[in-house]
Ligand binder design. Structure first.
Ligand code: PBG
Length: 332
């Protein structure tokens, strides 16, 4: 026993920057990070998003530049969202071969593949959901009495997935929370011979207020809410069931969304999943830190790093974040 009576002094491991670095349990790497990108048909200039300072709706040209930047920064992936000029009840542009998302995927594929043979390039992910493409703004097609029709929507997702795979997507990302969507898409991809195209399943996706700024980003037409398909934020166990079902249906990666308010769900999914786990730090999480930072109420840069590192600490192998490019620069 020492004369002070204190045997254990955990502060020793915090005493210097070098020691803290040595013992850090969690470290971000650019390859962990996926950058979500919005591309809007018919735009001539990138359009800044008021509620997401620093983020834009891209033109087809500026999108390609952003994908090139992601590639050069060594990011793990990019996730593309398309906004068509024409929206209709079925979201017909979602699976059109020349639809905005397919065009953007083809252009991105080209840029991403401009690397020496055998070099890793960011994984090309496509959002597989109808809400950007429907005039009513729901993630699926509607029944005559206005409810979201699960099984009719699955047919649309299957077609969309194949169109995205044909356009060069590595990863199909069903984010609409329809029952059976992973199995349906897997079947469709396999039938079309896209055996190597992966599925990132939005497994535990909650009906969340934190998607607010995203709705501006995709010019969403939604009135009402998504509570009959997205999950109730009161429920954690149900999120595990959703993840289990997606794993059983053949998901290659499972995702929890939003991230910051659902770290408990993320940890629990990570503990039982034997496939990689992703988390999506969504638009509202981004907007809150940007807004508080701009007001001088918090140290923006430190909050960015803390929020994203915490998502990794909670169990995410892959993190979708609008700060991906900026973080990759810092980490370097
Ligand atoms: C639906 C979708 C949403 C987001 C990604 N995909 C919005 C929603 O469910 O209403 C939100 C992403 C974000 O807020 O950053 N296709």
């Amino acid at each position: 026993m020492s004369t002070t009576g204190i045997v254990y002094r955990p502060r020793r491991l915090r005493a210097t920057p070098g020691m803290r670095r040595l013992v850090a349990e969690t470290r971000l790497h650019p390859a962990d990070l996926v950058l979500p990108l919005f591309v809007k048909e018919g735009l001539t200039e990138p359009a800044p998003l008021a509620s997401m300072p620093g983020q834009v709706q891209h033109t087809e040209e500026s999108l390609v530049e952003a994908v090139r930047a992601a590639r050069d920064a060594g990011l793990g992936g990019v996730m593309l969202f398309g906004i068509p000029t024409v929206k209709d009840a079925n979201g017909s542009q979602a699976d059109a071969a020349d639809g905005i998302l397919q065009r953007a995927l083809r252009a991105s594929r080209k840029v991403l593949d401009e690397v020496p043979e055998g070099t890793a390039t960011p994984v090309l992910m496509a959002d597989t959901c109808l809400d950007e493409f429907t005039d009513h703004g729901h993630c699926g097609v509607l029944t005559a009495d206005g409810r979201v029709d699960n099984d009719a929507t699955l047919t649309r997702y299957a077609s969309m997935a194949v169109a995205q795979a044909k356009a060069g997507a590595d990863v199909i990302s069903p984010s609409g929370m329809m029952d059976g969507q992973v199995a349906m898409i897997r079947d469709a991809l396999d039938d079309a011979d896209f055996l190597d195209t992966s599925i990132l399943a939005y497994s535990a996706k909650y009906a969340s207020a934190y998607y607010g700024p995203f709705r501006e980003a995709v010019d969403s037409e939604l009135k009402g809410d998504r509570k009959t398909y997205q999950m109730d934020f009161a429920n954690a166990r149900e999120g595990l069931r959703e993840a289990d079902l997606d794993l059983a249906e053949g998901a290659d990666i499972v995702l929890v969304k939003p991230a910051g308010s659902y770290l408990d769900v993320l940890r629990a999914v990570a503990d039982r999943s034997d496939v990689p786990v992703a988390a999506y730090q969504v638009s509202g999480e981004y907007a809150m830190i940007e807004a508080a930072g701009a007001n001088g109420w918090i140290d923006r840069d430190r909050a960015v790093l803390e929020s994203v590192t915490s998502i990794k600490r909670a169990g995410a192998d892959v993190i979708l974040t609008y700060w991906a490019l900026e973080l990759a620069e810092w980490i370097k």
